[in-house]
Design a protein around this ligand. Structure first.
Ligand SMILES: Cc1cc2nc3c(=O)[nH]c(=O)nc-3n(C[C@H](O)[C@H](O)[C@H](O)COP(=O)(O)OP(=O)(O)OC[C@H]3O[C@@H](n4cnc5c(N)ncnc54)[C@H](O)[C@@H]3O)c2cc1C
Length: 460
C-alpha cells in the first residue's frame, strides 16, 4: 500500500493524508461517530484530475474506495477501513449565473456553501434542512427539504453533472449527453461515479417567513391530524415538517419548559410575506402554540437553524419508510413511541414530498416513489457510545411498530442505516432493474460499492 500512496502523493495537487500525519484522525472522521474506520489514505482532492488519479489508484490496485462529499451518511459511506477515501470537501466552490438562475456547485460543497453563494442573488436551489449536509450525497439520493413542495427534489433541479467514471474518464451527464447516466444519478446515489460539479436550476428564494411552532406533546394527535390534512392542499410555497422535540435552552423557550417534550411544526413560507399569516393560520389553530420562533429570516438562516442540535461526532442510527397516508392508527403509534424520545437531538421527522415533487414521473428519474406523500424518518442521535443499545432500541422498536402502517413501500435511501442494505431494491421500486443495467454500463466491476450498492447485473 505504501507504494500506491507514494505514487498518488506525487500525482495529486491536494493532500494525501495517512496515519503518519498529525491530522489523520480529523481527516478520517465522518459525521456519524459510530463509524471509527481507518482508511489507508484520505485524498483531499482539489480538482477532477486528483479524483481521476485516486480512482485509477483504487481500480488498478483492487483497493476499496469510499467517496466523501459532506460526510453525513448515517451508514458512514464516506469512509472505509484499509482503503482509499476521496474527500471532496475542498472542492466546494460555487459559481452563480444570476441571469440564467443557474449555479455550478462543487462535488464537496455543503448546503451551507451553496446557500451562502446563492442568497446574495435572492436565489436558492432546493436542498435539505441542515446546512452542514453535503450537496453531493443529498442530491444523488434525491434531496428533500423546505423547497420540495414548491420546486421539487434537489434532483428535479439538476441540469447536468460532471462525473468521473470508474474507468477514469470525466463525462458530463444531462438530458442531452449520457442521458442514461443522468437518469441514474438522480436518485441512484454514489453508484455511478464521482460528481465533481453539479449544475442546478435556481429559484427566487430570498428572505422567507419560517421557523418552528411548539405545541404540547399532549396535543400531538390534533397537530398531526391538522398537519396531515393541511399539507395535502396547502399552497406549494409552504414547506413544513413535523417533529418531536425536547425543548433546548433557547431564548424563545420558557425557562421552566426546557427539557420538556413537545411536538413541533417547522415552517418555511416562500411566498409573499403579506400572505404568511393567513397561510400559517390553520397550523397555528391546530392547538395552542406554546413557544415559537416564526419570523422573516434569510433562507440560509432557516437552513442552518438546527445545525447546533445535530453536530458532527454524535452517534447516529436512523430508520425510514415512504408513506402514502398518515392514518389515525399510525398517528397513535407515533405518539406511543414519540413520547419516549430519548435525547434532544433525536426525533421523528415527517417530511412532505407532495406538490412539485409529485409532478415528475416515477420513471423520469431514478427516484421511483413519486406517488408517496411523506418521507418519515426516525432520527436517533445521541452523544455517548455507552448509550448505543438503549438509543438504537428506541429507533428499532419505533420502526417495528410503525413500519406495518407504511403500506410496504421502500424508504428514502438517504435516511437509511447500514443494516438496511437489504432494502435497496424496494427503495428504488420499479426503477431498480434499470439502475442495475446503467450500473453495468458505467461501473461493471462495482468499484463504487461503499454506498447503498446497486449490484451490476452481471455480478448478482
Ligand atoms: C443531520 C442530517 C440532516 C439531514 N437532513 C436531510 C434533509 O433535510 N434532506 C435530505 O434529503 N437528506 C438529509 N439528510 C440525509 C443526507 O441526504 C444523507 O446523509 C446524504 O448521504 C449526505 O450526503 P453527504 O455528501 O453529506 O454524505 P457523504 O457521507 O459524504 O456521502 C453519502 C453518499 O453519497 C456519496 N457521495 C457524496 N458526494 C458524492 C459525489 N460528489 N459524487 C459521488 N458520490 C458522492 C458517497 O459516496 C456516499 O455513498 C441528513 C443527514 C444528516 C446527518
Amino acid at each position: 500500500m505504501s507504494n500506491i500512496i507514494d505514487a498518488l502523493t506525487d500525482k495529486v495537487r491536494g493532500r494525501v493524508i495517512t496515519a503518519s500525519d498529525q491530522d489523520y484522525d480529523d481527516a478520517r472522521a465522518v459525521y456519524n461517530a459510530m463509524h471509527d474506520r481507518k482508511p489507508s489514505a484520505v485524498i483531499q482532492c482539489v480538482d477532477s484530475a486528483d479524483v481521476m488519479a485516486a480512482i485509477a489508484a483504487a481500480r488498478e490496485n483492487g483497493v476499496d474506495l469510499a467517496i466523501r462529499g459532506g460526510g453525513h451518511s448515517v451508514p458512514g459511506f464516506g469512509t472505509v477501513d484499509d482503503g482509499l477515501v476521496i474527500d471532496l470537501s475542498r472542492m466546494n466552490h460555487v459559481r452563480v449565473d444570476a441571469n440564467k438562475k443557474v449555479a455550478w456547485v462543487g462535488g464537496g460543497a455543503t448546503l451551507g456553501d451553496m446557500d451562502h453563494a446563492t442568497y446574495p442573488f435572492g436565489l436558492a436551489a432546493p436542498g435539505g434542512v441542515v446546512s452542514t449536509t453535503g450537496v453531493g450525497g443529498l442530491t444523488l439520493g434525491g434531496g428533500i427539504g423546505y423547497l420540495t413542495r414548491s420546486h421539487g427534489l434537489s434532483i428535479d433541479n439538476l441540469l447536468s453533472a460532471d462525473v468521473v467514471l470508474a474507468d477514469g474518464r470525466q463525462v458530463t451527464a444531462s438530458d442531452y449527453q449520457n442521458e442514461d447516466l443522468f437518469w441514474a444519478l438522480r436518485g441512484g446515489g454514489g453508484n455511478f461515479g464521482v460528481v465533481t460539479s453539479f449544475e442546478f436550476q435556481l429559484h427566487d428564494v430570498g428572505d422567507v417567513v419560517g421557523g418552528p411552532l411548539f405545541y404540547e406533546f399532549d396535543d400531538a394527535t390534533a397537530v398531526l391530524q391538522c398537519y396531515r390534512d393541511y399539507i395535502a392542499e396547502a399552497p406549494e410555497p409552504l414547506g413544513c415538517f413535523f417533529g418531536w422535540q425536547i425543548a433546548p435552552p433557547l431564548p424563545f423557550i420558557p425557562e421552566d419548559r426546557v427539557g420538556d417534550l413537545f411536538c413541533v411544526l417547522v415552517t418555511c413560507w416562500n411566498g409573499p410575506h403579506a400572505e404568511a399569516e393567513q397561510v400559517l393560520r390553520p397550523l397555528r389553530d391546530a392547538a395552542e402554540v406554546k413557544a415559537e420562533q416564526v419570523g422573516v429570516m434569510p433562507f440560509p438562516a432557516l437552513q442552518s437553524a438546527f445545525d447546533d442540535l445535530v453536530p458532527k461526532g454524535m452517534q447516529n442510527y436512523w430508520k425510514a419508510d415512504f408513506i402514502n397516508e398518515l392514518t389515525d392508527d399510525a398517528i397513535a403509534v407515533h405518539i406511543e413511541h414519540g413520547k419516549k424520545t430519548p435525547h434532544v437531538s433525536s426525533s421523528m421527522h415527517l417530511h412532505p414530498i407532495n406538490g412539485a415533487a409529485q409532478r415528475v414521473g416515477a420513471d423520469e428519474t431514478a427516484f421511483g416513489h413519486r406517488d408517496k406523500n411523506f418521507a418519515p424518518v426516525i432520527v436517533g442521535i445521541w452523544p455517548d457510545a455507552a448509550d448505543n443499545e438503549a438509543n438504537t432500541a428506541w429507533v428499532r422498536d419505533y420502526y417495528a411498530a410503525i413500519h406495518p402502517h407504511s403500506g410496504g413501500n421502500g424508504g428514502y435511501v438517504n435516511f437509511m442505516s447500514g443494516d438496511d442494505d437489504h432494502r435497496v431494491a424496494e427503495n428504488y421500486g420499479a426503477n431498480y432493474e434499470r439502475l442495475a443495467s446503467v450500473k453495468t454500463t458505467y461501473d461493471p466491476y462495482n468499484l463504487f460499492h461503499v454506498n447503498q450498492t446497486i449490484a451490476p447485473a452481471n455480478r448478482r
